[in-house]
Ligand binder design. Structure first.
Ligand SMILES: Nc1nc(=O)c2c([nH]1)NC[C@@H]1CN(c3ccc(C(=O)N[C@@H](CCC(=O)O)C(=O)O)cc3)CN21
Ligand SMILES: CC(C)C(=O)C(=O)O
Ligand SMILES: [Mg+2]
Length: 279
């Protein structure tokens, strides 16, 4: 759906205005059919760089490229009529500085039709966020556990326990002050997430944070039980599609080997069927 045809899709300003209201609903998507499934139910859909781990079998998000994000972003946008699309900036596409970030963010927006970009980092990225926003690119921030920094964080651990909490609070204030319209809080303690949510003027979107956040997000393949290589504590499985898919494949294999598939209704007669004359 083109940007002009969709009149009721929320914009970043609309998402921002939802601060303190009915919680914002979001999931990741990477393909057109999955985007279609969630379009009517989500306020915004994230084309996450988790696509690298979830669909491409990469060991982390570090190997995700601009080209991958653009292809998946285009696919997701084709499946959305109502929800806003946000797209992750991949590792290495924005950290050098504001000019590099603008060049790549503008390309993501122009080539996919996304309504906003998301990038990881708090105080360290505040100048970059301000630079993008001042030049027309809405930015969603992402703080707490920032998976692109797995190598410096030393794992996918909870961020901001005890004294570390003040640094996460400072990150939240910095991205809000810089002009981000919302911020993802990933894997931070519940009380800290609640304090940040009460402190900053933009919506907090929790993943492993708190039900008190202004919204929630999950990786769709996690909540559908399609991605099973690992399950973070914050994931709730709402379906078991991976198991269902395996059972279906096993049934197909058995029927093929038994020559039970294809059945008569799946094959074609040798003689061209003649339409019966009217009586
Ligand atoms: N499928 C999937 N779901 C995600 O939420 C996700 C991705 N992939 N890829 C990109 C990032 C990486 N994230 C991750 C990755 C691993 C854990 C994890 O394994 N957490 C464990 C504990 C790991 C540890 O303490 O080192 C957990 O139980 O929460 C959490 C978030 C979140 N994102
Ligand atoms: C987990 C969400 C917030 C994300 O950044 C991703 O899917 O890449
Ligand atoms: Mg991401």
């Amino acid at each position: 759906m083109s940007a002009t045809a969709a009149k009721n899709r929320p914009l970043p300003v609309d998402i921002r205005a939802r601060k303190g209201g009915v919680p914002l609903v979001s999931l990741t998507a990477y393909t057109t059919p999955m985007a279609q499934v969630m379009d009517a139910h989500c306020d915004f859909v994230l084309v996450g760089d988790s696509v690298g781990m979830v669909l491409h079998g990469l060991p982390s998000t570090l190997g995700v490229t601009m080209e991958m994000m653009i292809l998946h972003g285009q696919a997701v946008e084709r499946g959305l009529e109502r929800a806003m699309m946000v797209i992750d900036m991949p590792f290495g596409s924005y950290e050098e500085g504001p000019a590099q970030a603008f060049r790549n963010a503008a390309r993501l927006m122009a080539e996919t039709g996304a309504g906003a970009v998301k990038l990881e980092g708090g105080q360290a990225m505040a100048d970059t966020i301000g630079f993008l926003v001042a030049r027309g690119i809405p930015v969603m921030a992402h703080i707490g556990l920032t998976p692109q920094s797995v190598n410096t964080l030393g794992g996918y651990r909870v961020q901001g326990r005890d004294a570390e909490g003040e640094a996460v609070m400072a990150d939240a204030r910095a991205v809000a002050e810089a002009g981000a319209f919302a911020v993802v809080l990933e894997k931070v303690p519940q009380g800290l997430a609640d304090r940040i949510t009460a402190d900053i003027p933009i919506p907090t979107i929790g993943i492993g944070a708190s039900a008190g956040c202004d919204g929630q997000i999950l990786v769709v393949d996690d909540m559908l039980g399609l991605f099973t290589a690992f399950k973070a504590k914050f994931v709730k499985r709402y379906a078991t599609l991976g198991e269902d898919a395996e059972a279906a494949v096993a049934a197909y294999a058995e029927e093929v080997r038994a020559r039970d598939f294809p059945a008569p209704e799946h094959v074609f007669a040798d003689t061209t069927p003649v339409k019966a004359p009217n009586t």
